[in-house]
Design a binder for this molecule. Structure first.
Ligand SMILES: Cc1ncc(COP(=O)(O)O)c(C=O)c1O
Ligand SMILES: N[C@@H](CCCC[NH3+])C(=O)O
Length: 420
């Protein structure tokens, strides 16, 4: 069930109207539904019932403390890519023992902090990184649990900027080199081999690439067993896509069943790192129409300038991504619909949230950009000296401000003129 529904003609997040949220917290603002997040987590978790598994939510999709705290309370672990994300998890009450640490450039201080709090596993992305982790761990008198992120060289059939499992991507190591690197890892006193990891891309809408990747990794696990290298967990990364428009991705249950069938009968714990599929459709970006700027009628290109921009939601500008834009108050037919370019006030031609959208608009109208709960706020910037927006989480009938809107003073914090 969608927790963003029209009631009496007004779009609600659970029991609270988005117009009331705009009134109270201002616009633009991200609005999340606690019930949707909970349901998405449970659907995924239930789909994996029966196999030993950990769901490690990808913090990069949504790192808000309110979101992480809710997921932590549901039992979620976390996939992080920086010490900043680790501190967010800890602040939110997440369990470091359920944290996996991915990323191609982990710094020494980040490795130290992760060892200090006792994370579950480092997803190692290169031999040089393996050596670095070993050195740091030995210096600290610790043993670092690791998985090697292997690159199974499958085509994820997604946007090239978010495909990560091809040979020429920067991520992981070529699967053909993995045995030699594991053999090397087995000799290192600061390293304990735990698993194998792969992540082939994001917004995947077909099962075949996932299955191909898992099969290739399972074959590697068999080859490693022949050399007495025991792999205890298989981390298949994240990447399950969602429906933004007309995509037909597999359901979490179909995805989980497919992977479960492949690992059935093996003594392996399954780790998954979903981001988008848990968070995207649990959030909207609420924005207000500032100005309507009709263009030349013959060109049929008219601009609705809204108060949110590419700095608040980058996906349309960066990937030419399509996200639904809907009116908060259902239109009554008094205003004629026409096709609008929904643009922000930033000085970039690429500053749009949606193009060619048929909407009946008046100045001051509220719009909701849907599917904005993942890679929305986390990719926001302060370009054009625009403070980052508020985040509100609705839980039943109560809207909670889980992040206050930044102020102009926040933007200038720490800056100063040269001494005169
Ligand atoms: C290593 C890793 N794990 C998990 C994710 C989460 O991906 P998604 O949001 O597509 O589920 C990503 C991002 O694609 C990633 O790079
Ligand atoms: N930021 C991307 C996904 C990249 C995933 C990073 N591993 C998006 O909005 O779709």
């Amino acid at each position: 069930m969608d927790h963003f529904q029209y009631r009496d003609g007004v779009l609600h997040a659970e029991g609270v109207s988005l117009s009331a949220i705009a009134e109270r917290f201002g616009t633009p603002c991200y609005v999340y539904s606690a019930a949707t997040l909970t349901r998405h987590y449970r659907v995924f978790d239930d789909a994996l019932a029966g196999i030993d598994h950990d769901i490690c939510f990808a913090v990069k999709a949504n790192g808000n403390i309110g979101v992480l705290g809710l997921l932590a309370d549901l039992g979620s672990g976390f996939d992080i890519v920086s010490v900043g994300e680790l501190e967010r998890v800890i602040t939110a009450g997440g369990d470091p023992a359920k944290v996996v640490f991915s990323g191609v450039g982990k710094r020494v201080d980040e490795i130290e902090r992760a060892l200090e709090v006792g994370i579950a596993c480092f997803n190692v992305e290169s031999e040089v990184e393996l050596a670095r982790i070993d050195t740091v761990a030995r210096r600290m008198g610790k043993i670092a649990p690791i998985s090697l992120r292997v690159n199974p060289d499958v085509d994820a059939q997604t946007h090239p900027y978010i495909a990560t499992g091809l040979k020429d991507n920067k991520f992981g190591v070529g699967i053909e080199r993995a045995e030699a690197i594991y053999a090397q890892a087995a000799t290192l006193a600061g390293i304990a081999i735990r698993g194998v990891d792969c992540h082939i891309g994001s917004q995947l809408t077909r099962l075949a690439p996932f299955k191909d990747a898992v099969q290739r990794v399972l074959a590697l696990i068999d080859r490693l067993a022949e050399c007495d290298i025991v792999i205890r967990h298989l981390d298949v990364g994240g990447g399950l896509g969602i429906r933004y428009r007309d995509e037909t991705p597999p359901s979490p249950a179909e995805y989980a069943t497919a992977i479960r069938d492949l690992v059935a009968g093996r003594d392996l714990k399954l780790v998954v790192e979903p981001g988008r599929v848990l968070a995207a459709n649990a959030g909207v970006l609420l924005t207000r129409v500032e100005l309507l700027k009709p263009g030349i009628e013959a060109d049929d290109k008219h601009f609705a300038v809204v108060d949110a921009a590419m700095n608040d939601l980058l996906r349309p500008a960066l990937y030419d991504a399509w996200q639904a834009i809907v009116p908060v108050t259902e239109t009554t037919g008094t205003v004629e619909a026409r096709r609008w370019e929904i643009v922000g006030p930033i000085c970039e031609t690429g500053d749009f949230l949606g193009r060619d959208r048929e909407l009946a608009l008046t100045e001051g109208d509220l719009l909701a950009v849907r599917s904005a709960g993942a890679y929305g706020f986390t990719m926001a910037s302060t370009y054009n000296a625009r403070p980052r927006v508020a985040e509100v989480m609705v839980d039943g009938d109560v809207p909670h401000e889980v992040r206050a809107r930044e102020t102009i003073a926040d933007l200038m914090r720490g800056e100063r003129r040269l001494p005169s």
